[in-house]
Design a protein around this ligand. Structure first.
Ligand code: C5P
Length: 247
């Protein structure tokens, strides 16, 4: 299997709900403006990983499976095999699981029976981890930024397709790791949306212009302000702002 051939649209809508019916309703409404749907621990724990993938695919959506695998290489490879099925655009693993684990995940995805193999994406340092926590609790010396770059370099060396990164990291990571390395970026807010709990944000167009390959947007689309209208209206507005910048 080589590169996925999904029609390229960088908008990944985060389905942060425990209810598959809610998720399906959003997919149904927004499908024509979405490049995929991020589903994670909440929905998958509640409804089951494969049923969630199947339901979203049946509605014509593809899935970013945000389960952040981290375990011994054999276990991650086995899990990667299970989720490398049609309808999965990408899944992720923790970079600090090590290069052997990341390589095993990539190999499993390549050997999958899916018509197009999923991208395998690395998670570097969770943005919820502070400098002090990284140094004193996790025991990793140096700055968060240096840890992010080291882990991203390990991801690339393990042939992962890219990493998740914050808007502030896009330009430097793009410069360091080249045009082909995928950068998946949450922390995205259209001008018309509330920041919610996101602190350092970029608009969809700014992130795409800076070099993000995919942008993850949740609440501004799934629960848009009344002045914007429905999730479909919100998704269309986001699509219209990024489309001019797509190569
Ligand atoms: O609703 P909102 O657009 O803030 O959702 C963003 C999604 O991206 C959520 O699923 C959130 O957990 C995830 N995320 C994030 N920031 C990170 C990593 C993941 O917001 N650094």
């Amino acid at each position: 299997m080589n590169q996925p051939k999904y029609e390229y649209n960088p908008i990944l809508i985060a389905l942060d709900t425990p209810f598959l019916d809610d998720a399906k309703r959003i997919v149904d409404q927004t499908r024509q403006y979405a490049g995929g749907y991020k589903v994670g621990l909440e929905l998958c724990s509640s409804e089951g990983v494969l049923p969630v993938i199947r339901a979203i695919s049946e509605l014509g959506g593809s899935v970013f499976l945000d389960l952040k695998f981290k375990d011994i290489p054999a276990t991650v490879a086995n899990a990667a095999k299970v989720v490398s099925v049609d309808g999965v655009l990408m899944f992720n693993v923790h970079c600090d699981g090590g290069t052997a684990m990341m390589s095993a995940a990539k190999k499993a995805a390549e050997e999958s029976a899916a018509q197009v193999r999923p991208f395998v994406i690395g998670v570097t340092v969770l943005t919820s981890i502070s400098q002090q926590e990284l140094n004193d609790e996790v025991g990793v010396p140096g700055t968060v930024e240096s840890a992010v770059f080291r882990l991203a370099a390990n991801a690339k060396a393990s042939r992962l397709d890219g990493v998740v990164c914050s808007p502030q990291e896009i330009i430097a990571l793009r410069q360091a790791f080249g045009a082909e390395f995928l950068l998946i970026t949450p922390g995205i807010r259209p001008e018309w949306a509330a920041a919610d709990d996101q602190k350092r944000i970029m608009t969809p167009a700014q992130a795409v212009q800076a070099g993000a390959s995919y942008i993850v947007i949740g609440r501004p689309i799934t629960a848009p302000p009344a002045k914007i209208g429905s999730p479909k209206d919100a998704a269309r507005l986001v699509w219209e702002t990024v489309a001019p910048y797509l190569r």
